[in-house]
Design a binder for this molecule. Sequence first.
Ligand SMILES: Cc1cc2nc3c(=O)[nH]c(=O)nc-3n(C[C@H](O)[C@H](O)[C@H](O)COP(=O)(O)O)c2cc1C
Length: 145
Amino acid sequence: MHLVRLLYVSTALEAFTSDSLEELGQAAARANLVRGVTGVLLYSDGSFLQVIEGRRLEIDALYRSITQDPRHACIERLLYEQDTRRVFPDWTMALHNLDMAEAMAPNEFRPIREFLDRFAETTSAEVTHKSLVEFQSQLAVCAGA
Ligand SMILES: Cc1cc2nc3c(=O)[nH]c(=O)nc-3n(C[C@H](O)[C@H](O)[C@H](O)COP(=O)(O)O)c2cc1C
């Protein structure tokens, strides 16, 4: 099956609590399950990084609605690629609140923090397919998924 994968970063406009993030993640996962969309949503210190993958039609429509969502802004698409296999096949939308995760296990999430920090340093950070595959396996280990 032909798929597309999209990664963006954005800035939260709401003061998200762990509860409101959890709600956002659960609503996204429910909707994504119906549409065959998988991916991951990371939140840290007022910023989001999200990967969504699925059929092009679904991903393009979802990204349009995400970009119109008033809960965040400064949305920057950093990757849009075609593939035949998913990098996140088992996650309808895995939400990770990195600030909370680090508070509980400060060292375990270091590789994920390093991946995120690359985008904080430069707005034109390149996301390669290889770095994304590494990121997924690190996240699976850190999160015990
Ligand atoms: C950071 C962020 C990530 C989101 N991720 C998803 C997602 O993966 N899937 C989804 O259906 N909605 C997601 N949403 C919600 C959408 O922006 C939108 O509210 C939802 O798709 C309903 O849109 P509609 O009212 O146009 O149907 C996300 C919102 C934000 C702020």
